[in-house]
Design a protein around this ligand. Structure first.
Ligand SMILES: [Zn+2]
Length: 408
């Protein structure tokens, strides 16, 4: 009961601050004495702060003091691995990014070399976070692949070419820090729900659009994990039995119609048909060397071939999204990931496909929005995952992290 009340209070404070003790009591249905005791403890531990007297009609002699989660209750580390790059941040609880570093990964796909670079950056960010002299609330690591979150084992990251890797090695020497590893879309979806585009949504489908398409189903503030924590692999929906080969080995997955490679092959077809494009100069006339960022740059510059390829890709995106709306009946679809930087160009195409194909009740109750954090959604999501674990299973992390703070 105590753990449940603590979780309710922390989550409610996070979503509704500033808020008074009596408002917490009436809105949560927990008696005032229990609220008062719990808030006293959270203030003693430095997790909650009082932020002033609420204005408006107050009982004389009983001023109502507003409360909020203390942004400086501790520091959180977020790390994301993507193709060619690893990024680390230190944030407060808000989460304001206080420090950030990106490091290129070796061009080879040899995971030992790549892992060493990731491990070095994690060591650096842990050392720096310790220097803040505040509790380190945890480290979230986002991976674009399927992860067994019980054992911290990466099952497969098709686009990175990595399989069956024990990721516990990454935190060797820093085992005192709560370590949460997760799938990029799951973490990003949670981050958008906590701090971004889907705040207040009861039923969100988050789609991570980039090198591949992956997804997360978020009900209220919880990721739907599935039986093994692997739910949401929408990119591997089989849509064309005779389609192109997907990285998973199957033919005609939705990925092969909507991912970055699909856009590049559409560029190739246009160039083969005689259209001219600045994209070729961007990649020294070898489309195999075209990076996702350079593709986005060509789109930004209005290159007709790049924009045309993106719009064709958007049509297939809309067809898949119409199916997902029928399947999940979400109130919101959030499109994130690197390709969502071009949301404004593809949104009318997606909406048109959805209007033609999804069932009217489901489509009329569903909004489609870009993610707030775009390509950074996975980093904010890694941070949000740490916060989710504290808010929803508070006894153990709070006991471990804040044990020295109680003075009474
Ligand atoms: Zn596939």
């Amino acid at each position: 009961m105590r753990n449940r009340n603590l979780a309710l209070i922390l989550n409610h404070l996070h979503q509704n601050s500033p808020i008074s003790r009596s408002e917490l009591s009436s809105q949560l249905g927990i008696n005032k004495a229990s609220i008062s005791t719990t808030i006293r403890e959270l203030i003693d531990r430095g997790i909650v702060i009082e932020v002033g007297v609420k204005s408006g009609n107050q009982d004389v002699g009983h001023p109502s003091i507003d409360l909020m989660i203390n942004p400086d209750a501790g520091r959180i580390i977020g790390v994301s691995i993507n193709q060619g790059i690893v990024t680390a941040v230190i944030t407060d609880i808000s989460p304001n990014i206080l420090w950030r570093k990106e490091v290129n990964l070796p061009a080879s796909n040899l995971f030992q070399e790549n892992m060493q670079v990731v491990k070095n950056l994690i060591q650096e960010v842990c050392n720096l976070a310790r220097g803040h002299k505040l509790p380190i609330l945890g480290l979230g690591l986002s991976i674009p692949g399927m992860v067994d979150i019980e054992s911290n084992r990466l099952l497969a990251a098709f686009e990175l070419g990595w399989q069956n890797i024990d990721l516990n090695v990454l935190i060797e020497g820093n085992e005192d820090i709560n370590f949460h590893i997760g799938n990029e879309a799951h973490m990003s979806g949670l981050g958008e729900r906590y701090f971004g585009s889907s705040e207040k949504s009861a039923s969100t489908l988050y789609l991570n659009w980039g090198l591949e398409m992956s997804g997360a189903i978020i009900i209220n503030e919880n990721v739907v994990p599935g039986s093994m924590g692997l739910a949401g692999e929408v990119g591997h929906f089989s849509l064309d039995p005779n389609g192109a080969m997907c990285e998973c080995g199957n033919l005609g997955c939705w990925n092969t119609m909507v991912n970055f490679k699909a856009a590049v092959s559409r560029i190739q077809s246009k160039i083969d048909a005689g259209e001219s494009s600045c994209v070729l100069e961007f990649c020294n006339h070898s489309l195999n060397d075209l990076s996702l960022n350079l593709f986005i740059e060509a789109v930004r510059q209005g290159d007709s071939v790049a924009v045309g390829a993106l719009k064709e890709t958007g049509k297939w995106l809309g067809i898949g999204i119409a199916n997902l709306i029928n399947l999940f009946n979400p109130d919101l679809i959030v499109l994130g990931g690197p390709l969502s930087q071009a949301f404004h160009l593809v949104y009318p195409i997606i909406q048109s496909e959805v209007d033609q194909r999804a069932l009217p009740w489901q489509r009329n109750s569903c909004q489609i929005k870009p993610s707030r954090y775009r390509q950074d959604a996975c980093l904010i999501g890694a941070v949000a995952t740490v916060i989710w674990n504290i808010f929803n299973n508070p006894e153990e992390p709070i006991r471990k992290t804040f044990r020295k703070k109680i003075k009474r």
